[in-house]
Design a protein around this ligand. Structure first.
Ligand SMILES: Cc1cc2nc3c(=O)[nH]c(=O)nc-3n(C[C@H](O)[C@H](O)[C@H](O)COP(=O)(O)OP(=O)(O)OC[C@H]3O[C@@H](n4cnc5c(N)ncnc54)[C@H](O)[C@@H]3O)c2cc1C
Ligand code: FES
Ligand code: FES
Length: 491
């Protein structure tokens, strides 16, 4: 099984490797050491590389480039894709336009972060025709630099794109047709089933191509670990030094990669990434645009799946509160049978869900909103982007003749599970235009939740900030815009 690597059109055989090997480990053990390791947990961006994947646009195969964190992606999950690292940018002695721009604008000092920044800029160079500061910040949201202060790197982003506007094409644009041809051949290699012998053990990796094979595999191997993007799971490899004996990837399962508009609801396959789901989510709930900007970083969103976020059952995961507020359902599958359950019933206790052995999430069903519905979301975290929530609140307001008639609230960070806030719903509905709302909300929250204290926030802070968020919500319900409230304090 092969990948395309950098400027070569000839597929590169990955060979037999331990299925727990990350892309970064694989690169560095193959002397491609431009890609650096900083944190090994997706937080610093030193390991950023770019992958190219085939997508169909107007019935034509084209390559879409996206930045990823190689430190938490497994090498075998790149099978059939094009991996581009910093070594694949220059042509002969000629630097790539983004590299030239970094040199011209003095975007590098000690240089440790530079390959990661260059690769994020390279992905942006391929994906954007016109840029502004928001797009640049988004493209660089996963990269940290401790030397430059970012300004020269931002200038380099503008300079590189201005070169592109003049009509220059880089190696990958000039040879796109040949890369497409090679990737189409790799796409035809359907199911992946690999084994690796280590110390008298056999480590297994399976990546089936359809849902029947996936459910069969999981029924036959109930103790196998399901892998989506691995942005949660693979931290157990890089941070806890765990080795999974059998990994079953859902990455290639066609049915789990689909987004279907069923008329009254949207069905999002469990293996759809945030960036893939973004346009349909934002189309129906425009406010999710700013919320998703606060979710992780672009390389994480390019790769991580919504199904993984829910199955991981973290009490501070961001999608569950939003999807609970939207009254979403989950389609679960085991063998040949499926069941549909309300998402709010899925979480039982800390990291425990209704999923049975061999069962997996097939898709998420989200009812479409009516024209008067309003989704209001809040995320409290220490860092603006690339940080997990201390508290997350999502409020779905339905109105009748401009008056709220139903409120559904999903909350994260307030208990051991993402949870509906039923008492707060009543308090908000009865007091949405009252000055007493904040204290009523605090009382309702204290009745329903005993939040934990941890490094992100104390229990009392979580209660108080949530009451403040309820008040902010009520002001938005009264017609204040988010911009009006930009400097509103939750305390
Ligand atoms: C730097 C960084 C920043 C992050 N920021 C945020 C953030 O802001 N907000 C947030 O909520 N999260 C954040 N995360 C966490 C993570 O990115 C998300 O939870 C992501 O959605 C997980 O999806 P995945 O595809 O990577 O799941 P994986 O890691 O592949 O899987 C997670 C768990 O779900 C199981 N699983 C996966 N798919 C299925 C399925 N279809 N059926 C059953 N079980 C399944 C796996 O076995 C595993 O136990 C961050 C992570 C990192 C590394
Ligand atoms: S090494 Fe820090 S994000 Fe990968
Ligand atoms: S140049 Fe030193 S960390 Fe960025």
């Amino acid at each position: 099984m092969s990948i395309l690597l950098n400027q070569s059109f000839i597929p590169y055989e990955l060979g037999e490797i331990n299925p727990n090997t990350t892309v970064l480990e694989w690169l560095r053990s193959n002397r491609l050491v431009g890609t650096k390791e900083g944190c090994a947990s997706g937080d610093c961006g030193a390991c950023t590389a770019v992958i190219g994947e085939l997508v169909t646009v107007n019935k034509k195969d084209v390559i879409q480039y996206k930045s990823i964190n190689t430190c938490i992606a497994l090498a075998y999950t790149l099978l059939g894709k094009h991996l581009i690292t910093v070594e694949g940018l220059k042509e002969g002695d000629d630097l790539h336009p983004v590299q030239k721009a970094m040199v011209t604008e003095n975007g590098s000092q000690c240089g440790f972060c530079t390959p990661g920044f260059v690769m994020s800029l390279f992905a942006m160079y391929h994906n954007e025709k016109v840029i502004d500061l928001t797009k640049i910040n988004d493209a660089l949201s996963g990269n940290l630099c401790r030397c430059t202060g970012y300004k020269p790197i931002i200038s380099a982003a503008y300079l590189a794109l201005s070169e592109k506007e003049k009509g220059s094409q880089d190696f990958y644009e000039r040879h796109q047709a040949k890369f497409v041809e090679s990737l189409v051949k790799l796409r035809n290699e359907k199911d992946v089933s690999l084994s690796y012998a280590k110390d008298q053990k056999t480590l297994l990796f399976d990546a089936p191509s359809n849902i029947h094979k996936l459910s069969q595999l999981l029924s036959d191997n109930p103790s196998a670990n399901i892998l989506a993007a691995g942005t949660d799971l693979n931290l157990e490899i890089t941070q806890s030094m765990k080795e999974f004996p059998h990994i079953v990837s859902v990455n290639r399962v066609t049915e789990l990669k689909q987004i279907v508009d069923n008329g009254s609801e949207i069905e999002i396959g469990a293996a759809v990434s945030y960036e893939e789901a973004k346009s349909i989510l934002v189309k129906h709930w425009p406010n999710l645009n700013s919320f998703l900007q606060r979710f992780a970083s672009l390389p994480i969103k390019n790769w991580a799946t919504i199904g993984g976020n829910i199955a991981n059952a973290s009490p501070i995961g961001d999608m569950a509160p939003v999807l609970i507020a939207l009254e979403s359902k989950l389609k679960l599958r085991k063998g040949d049978s499926s069941r549909v359950i309300a998402l709010e019933d899925f979480f039982i206790s800390y990291k425990k869900t209704l999923l049975e052995s061999s069962e997996f999430i097939e898709s998420i069903l989200i009812p479409k909103p009516s024209s008067d519905d309003q989704l209001i979301t809040h995320k409290i975290s220490k860092r603006y982007e690339d940080d997990i929530s201390a508290v997350c609140m999502a409020v779905n307001v339905k109105s009748d003749k401009s008056k709220p008639c139903s409120v559904k609230i999903g909350m994260g960070g307030m208990s051991g599970i993402p949870q509906r806030a039923i008492e707060l719903e009543k308090a908000l509905l009865d007091n949405w235009n009252s000055e007493e709302l904040k204290s009523v909300a605090y009382e309702a929250l204290s009745k329903e939740f005993s939040p934990f204290t941890d490094v992100r926030a104390s229990s009392e802070y979580r209660l108080r900030v949530s009451a403040g968020l309820a008040q902010k919500t009520s002001l938005i319900m009264q017609g204040y815009s988010v911009e009006d409230l930009a400097h509103y304090s939750e305390h």
